[in-house]
Write a protein that binds this ligand. Sequence first.
Ligand code: GLN
Length: 195
Amino acid sequence: MNKANPTIGLLALQGDYELHEIQLNNLGLKHKRVRLPSDFEGIDALIFPGGESTTMNILIDRFQMREPLIDFSKSFPIYGTCAGMILLSKEIEGNQAGVKPLGLIDITVLRNGYGRQLFSFEADIDVELGNSTEKVHASFIRAPKVTRVGAGVEILARYNDEPVMVSSGNILAASFHSETEDNSSLLAWFIRKFL
Ligand code: GLN
């Protein structure tokens, strides 16, 4: 981490941003909810929570957040989980719901790619964090499946041989929720490594 005492923004239009806030509190980090273009002031990184990407997509446009989010990504790191990963992606397969992803990481995702609510599951997965491997307990809740990974995108974790955590430049995205856990080590790593 380069910056002492950073403030982490939470995209707080919809979804489980409060769970990320609990983890940030556990790590002793300052945070701020981001809903409007004026809320970017003073934040050093942003988290896109899990939730419902269709709703977030509508609210991003209603609150005129699309351009400010894309601009922010050019200079600051972003971590997205589940619905957050969908919004960060370049392309959504099928895309019947017409979600317009922000195109910040070159992956294609399939929404609910592991099945609907009934097929939600938890798994212990190994995440490659630089030179160490961390066991993370991950919740897959109507999770997106990554069906294509572009050149230059690094795969940090797999489940059943399929990518579930990817990174490129200053973007980190996970198909699963890391925020449902008491263990904040993944978030701590993101802050240390990307800020
Ligand atoms: N299936 C949801 C969507 O498409 C994502 C689910 C989640 O974030 N847990 O937005």
